[in-house]
Design a protein around this ligand. Structure first.
Ligand code: MSP
Length: 660
């Protein structure tokens, strides 16, 4: 029963809506998702919040540039953020938008509490203001130019509400002292303590020069300014003023990048203390993923996008890389080279290879049923010990958020199994009773290690471990296994293996990188509205549904389309693109590479030699990063638009003949 479980509440930052997610944002959300899955396997009822930070001058400007009202602009962006997290399998339990009414009410309520308790006063804020951009320029001195438009700033004074942050120096230092785990990692803690010891200035928390914000009730045109608004979202997401009913406050863990740790460990607890509300238990600051040693930004053109990586290598590969490659808390460099190298070595050759060869041997020798082990030899016990040690080490490391070390421990067990198989050589044994019994023990032992590793790696590799679990024929879902009860020896013998499937097909590094980059390029600079991946005949409408009467064209328009008879020479599936086949097609004058969205309906082998109609003068384009130079014509049949290739069954047509 959910009510009996201990609760765990964790958050990512609430991301700005003036841009779209890149790998840096994805990093925080992936970590949060892995912790959520881990905590669930430890028996907690977990809520993970993420969302969008939608107010402020930057949004006003971006909306203006896009020529739409702010509300419409942020609504579109919020949909895009949420949709991407859903698509990547890292959805929020609570997706909070700072324009949600539940959030607006919570901010206004928090302000009221702070004010009633005497921590808010009205004052004046003087700063450098850019009259062209309608915004204060932080940290500018009189005489400085606006960093955005380069024009001179003016000294402007406006009325603000101030929060008495200065009153919280001692309470905060006492709080850090009493809660030594509040700020993590340790190095950040020292940084924050010395900042607070240096003295705290009161903080302006409202603006009258910004329009797009939450109004301060009865005090318009005051609106709340950045952090008082944004931080409160964590509380709004789990009930706001009614937080006690849901029972998820105080928050157990705020995951943040190192750039925003001060706001979370100084301002946020101070706001809550002023309102006499419970303070979060922990703030964990991770480092940045850098590209060529600098922080990613769209203007520098060095952003890495998550979707192309997930399309090419699978989301699990991206998760594994992000959590394995750098020490959590420190900065790390992102490189496609390192990503694909890890994919091939740790996932394809490591986990993937161990699973496929173990299962194939069980299939071949024991009719696809997990064998019952026979008597054990010392080397079998050694492997059991390797696995049991991995359980202890991996869980202990994960608990401390040492994700890379946790994964290292799991992969050490995989290496142990590889070594065991290499020395035991079950494939070299015969069919005698003694050999079969020995093989049963070896394969049971290896499969048991695979099961243990699958459970341990599940929070990081949710999709592929769920597949391995099914392949192993184990009962229930791997996500439902309780980590506390994970022991050596629980593999159910006699279980029927699931149908074999590839987990991590090996990829060619150069080709994979080129395809990821091409997809990223296409996403960042879309050239044309996406054409159908399949090649429906121009006149066909799905399922015969009447389309609006098309404009009539003259024959000269039709002759612009050069269609010729082609013959398929090769056909193969494309890793990371379930619907596409990569074909080479002889069109008489040359052999072309063409992608066609027919993979779900045509077996590649059966296409070889088939004659098809090809549009040959179509501009080349990349589909899922693979160059396609032409289009195969197909009818689009039924409501789902099943492609049926146009062909020439009755006549022996010449390759290259033109269709007129
Ligand atoms: N809206 C504020 C946060 C308000 S929280 C109450 C904000 N948003 S943001 O869109 O700029 O996202 C910042 C967060 O994204 C960082 O704290 C970090 O978690 C993540 N990252 C953004 N770029 C990153 C890297 N290059 N590397 C790792 N994480 C990064 O600040």
């Amino acid at each position: 029963m959910p009510g009996d479980k201990p609760k765990f509440y964790l958050t990512t930052p609430i991301y700005y809506t003036n841009g779209l997610p890149h790998i840096g944002h994805t990093y925080t959300t992936v970590i949060a998702d892995a912790i959520r899955r881990y905590k669930r396997m430890r028996g907690y009822e977990v809520v993970m919040t993420t969302g969008t930070d939608e107010h402020g001058v930057n949004v006003e400007r971006a909306a203006q540039k896009a020529g739409v009202p702010e509300s419409e602009y942020v609504a579109r962006m919020a949909v895009a953020w949420k949709a991407l997290w859903d698509e990547l399998g890292i959805p929020a339990d609570e997706f909070i938008r700072t324009t949600d009414i539940r959030h607006v009410r919570t901010v206004q309520w928090l302000f009221k509490l702070c004010r009633e308790n005497g921590y808010v006063y009205k004052g004046n804020y003087t700063g450098q203001y850019c009259i062209y951009d309608n915004a204060f320029v932080t940290d500018a001195k009189p005489g400085d130019n606006c960093p955005d438009c380069g024009r001179p700033t003016e000294t402007v004074t406006e009325e603000n509400y101030y929060f008495k942050l200065s009153a919280f120096q001692k309470p905060l230092l006492d709080f850090y002292n009493k809660n030594p785990n509040f700020i993590q990692p340790e190095t950040r803690k020292n940084e924050i303590i010395s900042f607070v010891e240096g003295g705290l200035k009161d903080l302006s928390i409202t603006r009258t020069t910004v329009r797009w914000g939450i109004p301060v009730p009865g005090e318009e045109p005051h609106v709340f300014y950045v952090w008082f608004d944004a931080l409160t979202a964590y509380l709004s997401a789990v009930g706001g003023p009614d937080y006690e009913k849901r029972g998820f406050w105080p928050c157990d863990l705020h995951l943040v990048g190192k750039d925003i740790i001060r706001f979370h460990t100084v301002y946020w607890p101070a706001f809550l203390m002023a309102a006499m509300l419970p303070v979060p238990k922990q703030v964990w600051a991770h480092g940045w993923f850098l590209m060529d040693a600098s922080k990613m930004s769209k203007s520098k053109g060095n952003v890495v996008l998550p979707r192309p990586i997930a399309n090419m290598l699978g989301m699990d590969a991206m998760r594994y890389f992000l959590m394995r490659e750098v020490v959590f808390g420190q900065d790390g460099n992102f490189s496609y080279d390192a990503l694909v190298t890890r994919y091939n070595s740790d996932l394809a050759n490591g986990l993937g290879n161990l699973a496929s060869r173990t299962l194939a041997m069980i299939e071949k020798n024991f009719g696809g049923k997990i064998p019952k082990p026979g008597p054990r030899l010392p080397q079998d016990d050694v492997l059991a010990k390797v696995a049991s040690e991995a359980v202890g080490e991996a869980l202990e490391r994960f608990e401390r958020f040492e994700f890379a070390r946790s994964l290292e421990a799991i992969w050490a067990a995989i290496a142990g199994a590889d070594k065991y198989l290499t020395s035991e050589q079950p494939w070299a044994m015969g069919d005698s009773e003694a050999d079969m019994q020995r093989k049963a023990t070896i394969l049971w032992t290896t499969a048991e290690l695979l099961r243990v590793v699958t459970v341990l790696a599940h929070p990081v590799l949710p999709d592929s471990t769920a597949k391995v679990w099914t392949l192993l024929g184990q009962p229930g879902k791997v996500s439902a296994v309780e980590l506390d009860g994970l022991r050596w020896g629980q593999l159910v013998a006699g279980a029927q293996l699931g149908k074999a499937q590839a987990l991590f097909p090996r990829v060619d590094k150069q080709e994979a990188i080129e395809r990821i980059e091409a997809m990223a390029n296409e996403e960042l600079n879309p050239t044309q509205p996406p054409a159908p991946a399949a090649a429906p005949a121009p006149a066909a409408t799905a399922g015969g549904v009447a389309a609006p009467a098309p404009e009539k064209i003259g024959i000269e328009d039709f002759t612009k389309v050069e269609m010729r008879v082609g013959q398929i020479k090769t056909a193969e599936r494309i890793v990371g693109a379930d619907k596409l086949l990569k074909l080479t097609v002889d069109i008489g004058t040359e052999i072309r590479q063409i992608c066609a969205g027919i993979a779900q309906f045509y077996e590649p082998e059966k296409l070889i030699g088939r004659k098809v109609a090809v549009v040959v003068n179509l501009a080349p384009r990349k589909l899922r990063g693979v160059e396609s130079n032409g289009m195969i014509v197909a009818a689009s049949v039924g409501p789902e638009g099943r492609p049926v290739l146009a062909g020439f069954p009755d006549e022996d047509v010449e390759i290259g003949a033109r269709l007129k």
